[in-house]
Write a protein that binds this ligand. Structure first.
Ligand code: HEC
Length: 115
């Protein structure tokens, strides 16, 4: 059990390193912002940062850009303050002040392109 766990952690670390090197050598960009701030709720089982067992707390965002009304502007505002866009949003924190605004905009554009 213990050895298996260590091997798994090692494999994941290696996968993360390889993944980073390929997509963004600087270690920044929307994917990194997402992994840092959003994946703990929005990654689905099997995705990086997603739950090993059970469901995710947030909705799947794989095709968010295809949802009606979910353009980059809407998504950026939602990230800044979810309640400003959806009165029923309860769980997702407002990221205004936590994530620099240019990164929020970058993240929103990246999400809006997911269709
Ligand atoms: C604490 C868990 C949590 C974190 C962290 C989180 N979210 Fe969410 N998110 C949710 C939940 C839950 C919802 C559904 C609305 C609600 O109840 O707040 C949601 C909804 C959304 C929606 C969909 C809104 C819609 O109606 O189409 C978007 C887009 C979104 N989140 C983006 C993000 C981004 C980008 C981040 C990182 C900056 C993030 N979320 C971080 C939990 C989270």
């Amino acid at each position: 059990m213990r050895r298996g766990g260590v091997a798994l952690v090692f494999a994941l670390a290696l996968a993360a390193l390889v993944g980073c090197g390929k997509s963004d050598p600087g270690g920044s960009g929307p994917q990194v912002t997402f992994n840092t701030h959003c994946a703990k709720c929005h990654a689905q089982a099997g995705q990086p940062g997603g739950p090993g067992i059970g469901g995710s707390r947030g909705p799947k965002l794989d095709k968010i850009g295809a949802e009606p009304g979910r353009n980059a502007e809407w998504i950026a505002e939602f990230i800044r303050d979810p309640k400003s866009k959806r009165g029923d949003a309860k769980m997702m924190p407002a990221f205004k002040g936590t994530i620099p605004d240019e990164q929020i905009v970058e993240l929103a554009n990246w999400l809006a392109a997911k269709k």
